[in-house]
Design a protein around this ligand. Structure first.
Ligand code: NAP
Ligand code: F7E
Length: 330
């Protein structure tokens, strides 16, 4: 039997890695996209003829019900969210609607159409915020430090609640930061890898950053989507921390990225307080023992490999952009 999966947020970083992963497993892959005046499908460009896209929106309950009824997925991965923490301080209500209440809308649609659909919720280490212990496990209390983190706590608990209350196979993956060459350029890792490449190639002078001391447990998105899928293949639904168990500072990421292109970062990086947050998460480090034990999941890409992968991809892309511009002006 061919399995059908529906991914909300298929145009995002994780959505594109997950769609590719599921296609390789012979799934029929459907994606939910929201309407825009110009299409925003770059990350899934090479998968376009193999995935089926449908318009719906996390803000529109009936659009979700109709979509799920039309697709009748066996598995639904809810990756759509307003995912950028600084924007959540500027648009807290919209963040609550997308990232928090949006989860309930999807769960309600499942409950109405077919409660047998297996559900994955993209929870986040941001829920730990001002950490109560280190490393963080599934049992560490939450203390979110942004409207985004607060909304994700709501999404996490409503997922647990629908599992316990309505017997829905609902899992919450508490994923720590995961990155890739497809990461949005506003997130710190991609901002750094892109700048290192541009500075190396002479098309940028400086890189302005905020809190260099922030520490994160950074992994590779390609490894993390495997954990999402594994959660939905178990006999019983549960919640899992997905992390590498290692933390590094933003400064260390910068050092490695610039070292990789043979530059001294101190000559190029400047601090701009505009990138400080009203309340930041200073340190995060996860303990993924349950995922190792029960899912057999382990990350494969190390921190230095991740940094090099991202910088190399940006070097290649920026070189091509420069060559294309030269060709156009010739
Ligand atoms: P991302 O690149 O920002 O992608 C977010 C996706 O959500 C995009 O496809 C976006 O569509 C879609 N979306 C936003 N609002 C929507 C709405 N109202 N209706 C329909 N779609 C909507 O995020 P990501 O890094 O792939 O992360 C995937 C999920 O995991 C998110 O829920 C994020 O909060 C969570 N998470 C991420 C990390 C991480 O380190 N990456 C860690 C923990 C949890 P458009 O293309 O139209 O904007
Ligand atoms: O910031 C510091 C910043 O924006 C990381 C999302 O995927 O992971 C992500 O959230 C750290 C913060 O990611 C800049 O203050 C310094 O401490 O890359 P980020 P995030 O906020 O950790 C979690 C797990 C999610 O769930 C989210 O969806 O880096 N930092 N200077 C900076 N951050 C940015 N963006 N830009 C700077 O210039």
């Amino acid at each position: 039997m061919t399995k059908r999966a529906l991914i909300t947020g298929i145009t995002g970083q994780d959505g594109s890695y997950l769609a590719k992963f599921l296609l390789e497993k012979d799934y029929e892959v459907h994606g939910m996209v929201r309407r825009a005046s110009t299409e925003n499908f770059e990350r899934i460009a090479d998968l376009r003829d193999r995935v089926q896209l449908h318009q719906a929106d996390l803000l529109d309950q009936l659009s979700l019900v109709r979509l799920i009824d039309r697709v009748r997925p066996h598995e639904l991965y809810n990756l759509a969210a307003m995912s950028f923490v600084p924007t959540s301080f500027e648009q807290p209500l919209l963040t609550g609607e997308f990232t928090g209440l949006g989860v309930t809308r999807v769960l309600e649609a499942i409950r109405q159409v077919d409660p047998k659909i297996r559900f994955y919720q993209a929870s986040s280490s941001e829920m730990f915020g001002s950490v109560r212990e280190e490393p963080q496990t599934e049992n560490t209390p939450f203390y979110p430090r942004s409207p985004y983190g607060v909304a994700k706590v709501y999404g996490h608990w409503i997922t647990v609640n629908y599992r316990e209350g309505f017997d829905i196979f609902a899992c919450s993956g508490i994923l720590f930061n995961h990155e890739s060459p497809l990461r949005g350029k506003e997130f710190v890792t991609r901002k750094i890898s892109d700048a290192a490449a541009r500075i190396k190639l002479g098309v940028q002078d400086k890189l302005y950053l905020g809190n260099l001391d922030a520490q994160r447990d950074w992994g590779f998105a390609g490894d993390y989507v495997r954990a999402m899928w594994l959660m939905l293949q178990q006999d019983k639904p549960d919640d899992y921390v997905v992390a590498t168990g290692e933390k590094h500072s933003v400064r260390q990421f910068v050092e490695l990225a610039f070292q990789h292109v043979g530059l001294d970062w101190k000559k190029y990086v400047e601090i701009d307080p505009a990138f400080y947050r009203p309340a930041d998460v200073h340190t995060l480090c996860g303990d993924a023992s349950r995922a190792h034990r029960e899912l057999g999941w382990k990350p494969e890409v190390t921190f230095p490999e991740l940094v090099r992968m991202m910088v190399d991809a940006d070097l290649k892309r920026v070189e091509k952009e420069i060559a294309d511009e030269d060709a156009a002006t010739r």
